[in-house]
Design a protein around this ligand. Structure first.
Ligand code: DQA
Length: 148
């Protein structure tokens, strides 16, 4: 059986739809999960979609993904800009990692310009809202298919 793609979401993303819709859009995380499942289906991929507000849980899931996932798509929310623990966890895993953000973090406050994940990611997609998750699935499908 082919390995799934883990789509991991960090703090406050459970509040999407209610939280700063002008920045993050009106879609809920459940809407995004449905979009991911549908896109994954058309690509012949299986998705495991999760959200947590806890840094250690995200670290545990990265460890789990290293055993069972073909790739990891991650929106670590604010931990992106603060977490050496998440950086270290990604450093030590085999599956390729794509970092996703709904907003364009580079067009926002300076504190959001630095990512602890970007140096250990295959690539970064930001600023395209929920579509970024679908773009990440397409990118990872291509990478797993032809190495690009
Ligand atoms: C975010 C950007 C982060 O800076 C912020 O802390 C989030 C969401 C995004 O998807 O745009 O929680 O990761």
């Amino acid at each position: 059986m082919p390995k799934p793609i883990f789509v991991l979401n960090g703090p406050n993303l459970n509040r999407l739809g209610l939280r700063e819709p002008a920045v993050y859009g009106a879609e809920t995380l459940s809407d995004i999960e449905k979009r991911c499942s549908a896109r994954a289906h058309t690509l012949g991929l299986e998705v495991v979609f999760r959200q947590t507000n806890h840094e250690g849980e995200l670290v545990d899931w990265i460890h789990e993904a290293s055993e069972v996932a073909a790739a990891i798509i991650v929106n670590a929310g604010a931990y992106t800009h603060t977490s050496l623990a998440i950086h270290d966890a990604f450093r030590a895993v085999e599956p390729p990692v794509i970092e996703v953000h709904l907003s364009n973090i580079h067009a926002r406050e300076a504190v959001r310009h630095h990512s602890y994940i970007a140096p250990v990611a295959l690539g970064v997609i930001c600023g395209f809202g929920a579509t970024g998750y679908e773009l990440a699935l397409e990118a990872i499908h291509k990478h797993l298919t032809d190495g690009s």
